[in-house]
Design a protein around this ligand. Structure first.
Ligand code: GAL
Length: 393
């Protein structure tokens, strides 16, 4: 009896702290999402193809386990209000079973408003019912996109002119309604808020049960847009951590409109920020370079580091930008980004990252140990490229 009590106490001390945080996303979620490449055309076959490719390319084993269907899967509600998928997705439960059989998880998409961004059925007024349907299908991830709720929020604000927070609180309540509904299903479902970072979502996201929240408007497969979004994230790291993450939107690596250096910068910046890593390319047609960028183990390890502390800007210096984040074991990751239109030789001193007596340095993308550096040294960084270093004592 005493032993049993001892065992129970032991179990509780392990389980309780885990329950206190959202264990569905103890680390930034990794996977794939249909939107950036397939947009409104995505079908059941595309999703199965993505699942197959996650396995055959080695991406699943590198950590990419969520297969997320974005907008345009929804059909009509039946007489009881139950949502059904449309003809592009003939059997959602069968699709979930298929994805699960590959050791992967399935994600889906909806809106707190009456319609999604692509004008498909939203969840307003059906939150508990939809959450239950998702759980029955075997869904593991929900992206909840504000879209048509935006005008409702504005209308509500206009009706309450004396309360400057009325619209914000109205929106928070709508996101909480779905967060509570997901929790009530008893199924662990990653809850991903998509409302483009309005009203400082990072301050209230955890209170509605969110595992992650978009901090910006949409990314596109464009260097300028990627850099604008990524480098605007300074100051947000302190709001994220194990269980709840800042999300500067999905990856564009492999979609073809940036150079390899730019995609390397994109992957580095997102990993430095401890962002969710949701690939957005056609996984059935990946070049070896795309694979090497998305599957670099050391870069992924930075993103997934157990401390969960995203990067802050160490200093901007004209054409280049230096960010750092603490890692487990007293190590520090430093990314030296070259935002100039040509190659640059960029100086860096380990003392600037707290290593006053020098540091042992690993160059992550080149997979090289650079030995010990005490004092200023230079990295040669190509146009729109990055030197990613791990410093240790
Ligand atoms: C946008 C969202 C995109 C995508 C799209 C679907 O609002 O930011 O990531 O989900 O809607 O319609």
């Amino acid at each position: 009896m005493r032993f049993q009590r001892f065992l129970l106490a032991g179990m509780l001390t392990t389980v309780l702290p885990l329950c206190a945080q959202n264990v569905t996303a103890a680390k930034p979620p990794m996977g794939w999402n249909s939107w950036n490449h397939f947009a409104g055309k995505v079908t059941d076959a595309d999703v199965r193809g993505a699942a197959d490719s996650l396995v055959s390319t080695g991406m699943r084993d590198a950590g990419y386990i969520y297969v997320n269907i974005d907008d345009t899967w929804q059909g009509k509600r039946d007489a009881n209000g139950v949502i059904h998928s449309n003809e592009k997705f003939p059997n959602m439960k069968a699709l979930a079973d298929y994805v699960h059989s590959k050791g992967l998880k399935l994600g889906i998409y909806s809106s707190p408003g009456p319609q999604t961004c692509a004008r498909y059925e939203g969840s307003e007024g059906h939150e508990a019912q939809d959450a239950k349907t998702y759980a029955e299908w075997g869904i593991d991830f929900l992206k909840y996109d504000m879209c048509s709720f935006g005008p409702e929020k504005e209308k509500y604000q206009a009706e309450h002119p004396n309360d400057p927070d009325a619209g914000k609180n109205f929106m928070i309540a709508a996101y909480k309604k779905m967060g509570d509904a997901l929790k009530a299903t008893g199924r662990p479902i990653v809850y991903s808020l998509c409302q483009y970072g309005v009203d400082d979502v990072w301050k209230w996201g955890p209170s509605v049960g969110a595992s992650m929240w978009r901090t910006t408007d949409d990314i596109t497969d464009d260097y300028g847009r990627m850099a604008l979004i990524g480098f605007s994230q300074d100051g947000l790291a302190r709001f994220a951590g194990p269980g709840h993450w800042n999300d500067p939107d999905m990856l564009e690596v492999g979609n073809g409109k940036m150079t390899s250096e730019e995609y390397r910068m994109h992957m580095t910046l997102w990993s430095m920020l401890a962002s969710p890593l949701l690939a957005g390319n056609d996984l059935t047609k990946m070049s070896d370079v795309d694979k090497s960028i998305l599957m670099n183990k050391d870069v992924i390890a930075i993103d997934q580091d157990a401390l969960g502390k995203g990067a802050t800007r160490l200093y901007p210096s004209g054409d280049f930008d230096v960010w750092s984040r603490p890692l487990t074991g007293g190590r520090v990751a430093v990314a030296i980004f070259n935002r100039a239109w040509g190659e640059r030789h960029i100086p860096f001193n380990p003392a600037d990252a707290g290593f006053k007596t020098g540091a042992t340095i690993r160059d992550v993308w080149h997979g090289q140990d650079l030995g010990r550096k005490n004092g200023k040294f230079f990295s040669t960084v190509p146009k729109h490229g990055v030197a990613l270093l791990i410093l240790s004592k």
